[in-house]
Design a protein around this ligand. Structure first.
Ligand code: UGA
Length: 475
């Protein structure tokens, strides 16, 4: 198994490109499409990535540590909602996509291994990399041939180098426990994923860019071969830079959102319109129009966690990042400032029936992790409101994890039911279907026609003309 021999002192990346004698035949197998790809971790990144590789013609082995996820997939169902994913699973399951119980088997049968496991946050904000380490150790004990190990999960800089170290350490121990270090044949790389939940398959098919952090020529050539059918520019860097690009991108995007949210407050104070301000500044190509939508703040599994992990990484190296702390602070105050609007509209919240449209952290997903809508829902319940909740996708999961409580909150099958006899209707997720609601019907259903729009879905004038008392953000 192991061929190259070198000193047991492990040096982190020293700027040179590595060579592996057996890597050449791996590259050949990738070029002629006989190599398999393994996706280790089948969550919101792993599963769409796996099925996208199937679409590109690869044979893909998918493994996950959760028996429930494997069971759901084996039945032919997707474990979470993502547009188009069910269709792709149905198309490829058992043909190009193989669900594998045994992580070791997936590793042994594949040449290119993508690590897509979760990197949740610890209480202090640091990324918990135990799942990454565990996969690296499994790789170490299943190195039957050259492997390219590619990190796709969002991780702090130098994780790839720790993955390399871990594989070296444990394959060494597994090999023969000898004192002399025997280097197994593999390369590590980092190719962070930039897909958005709710648009995952679109983003995989049409990426803006592909970042390949590599430390060998072969790793670069293999990744370029794999990605050559996407027309995106490929940026080749070393691994830590690639990892940092992902954290910096998510932090920058969150910063844009917190910035526009502060501007929204100022617009409200002076009577300006934040949507127009966003249009006006977004026309400057140096700023760009994206991620300037004011609202109740950002949520989801990525931005809040990645911001904290990035700050923690900086602090680990003795650097403060107060700018990003402020991005988080501003975001955390959004829910409270929205609740103030609700109180201003209703005066007394206790005992009022409130319809809530949108529970997922954004449209296109059933994910409610760190959803600002859920934060608002919990606060309103604490204040004694009676809630009628609607979301086009999130309710089936919520029914299990956050079951209905009589006289406190119910789930509704459609938005009109949520508006029935309500004293206010809150718009918390900008699902496209809410834009085309029959407003006359909504108004007729409501006890008092008050709408508080946390996503600026509607125009103030048309809502007033439609007979609503309408509140929105920064206008
Ligand atoms: C984000 C990044 O956009 C992806 O590039 C990245 O790959 C992903 O994190 C990840 O790290 O895995 P995602 O969390 O799926 O993707 O969702 P976004 O579309 O970025 O939205 C995040 C939050 O920001 C949502 O709550 C959304 O409502 C909010 N948002 C977004 C705003 O409040 N205003 C905006 O202008 C844009």
């Amino acid at each position: 198994m192991a061929t190259a021999v070198r000193n047991s002192t492990l040096a982190f990346h020293a700027g040179h490109l590595r060579t592996n004698p057996r890597a050449g035949s791996a590259l050949e197998r990738v070029r002629n499409r006989t190599a398999n790809i393994a996706i280790l971790g089948l969550g919101h990144v792993g599963l769409p990535t796996a099925l996208n590789f199937c679409e590109m013609g690869w044979q893909v082995l998918g493994a996950d540590s959760s028996p429930e996820i494997l069971e759901i997939l084996r039945r032919g169902d997707v474990p979470f909602y993502e547009r188009g994913l069910q269709e792709l699973l149905t198309k490829h399951l058992g043909l190009k996509f193989h669900v594998v119980d045994d992580l070791g088997a997936a590793i042994r049968q594949a040449t290119v291994l993508f690590i897509c496991v979760g990197t949740p946050q610890r209480e202090n904000g640091e990324a918990n990399l135990s799942q990454v380490e565990s996969v690296a150790r499994s790789i170490a004990s299943n190195l039957n041939d050259y492997k390219l190990v590619v990190g796709k999960s969002t991780v702090p800089a130098i994780t790839a180098q720790w993955v390399r170290r871990t594989i070296q350490r444990y394959s060494h121990a597994h090999d023969n426990g000898a004192i002399e270090f025997v280097e197994p044949e593999f390369d590590v790389a980092s190719s962070p994923e930039f897909l958005r939940e709710g648009a995952a398959l679109h983003d995989l098919l049409h990426p803006d860019r592909i970042v390949c952090g590599i430390e060998s020529d072969v790793a670069r050539d293999i990744l370029q071969e794999i990605y050559k059918t996407t027309n995106a520019p490929i940026l080749v860097t070393e691994t830590s830079t690639a990892e940092l690009i992902k954290h910096a991108a998510n932090s920058f995007l969150s910063m844009k959102i917190s910035f526009i949210n502060m501007v929204a407050d100022l617009c409200e104070a002076v009577g300006a319109d934040v949507d127009k301000v966003a249009d006006g500044i977004g026309m400057d190509p140096r700023i760009g129009p994206g991620f300037l939508k004011a609202g109740i703040g950002f949520g989801g599994y990525c931005f809040p966690k990645d911001l904290r992990a990035f700050i923690h990484l900086a602090e680990d190296y003795g650097l403060e990042f107060p700018l990003l702390r402020e991005v988080i602070n501003i975001n955390e105050l959004r829910a409270e400032s929205f609740l103030k609007k609700v109180r201003r509209a209703l005066w007394v919240v206790q005992g009022k029936t409130i319809g809530v449209l949108g529970l997922a952290f954004k449209p296109g997903t059933d994910d409610t992790r760190e959803s600002p809508s859920m934060r608002i829902v919990h606060a309103l319940l604490e204040q004694g409101a009676i809630l009628q909740l609607h979301d086009p996708k999130a309710i089936p999961n919520l029914r299990t994890n956050f079951p209905e409580r009589e006289h406190e909150f119910v789930y509704c099958d459609d938005p009109y039911q949520a508006a029935r006899r309500a004293h206010a209707l809150l718009l918390l997720t900008d699902w496209p279907e809410y834009k085309s609601l029959d407003l006359d019907r909504i108004r007729n259903f409501m006890e008092v026609p008050v709408v508080v729009d946390g996503r600026n879905i509607f125009e103030p004038t048309s809502m007033e003309n439609a007979g609503f008392e309408y509140y929105s953000i920064g206008r």
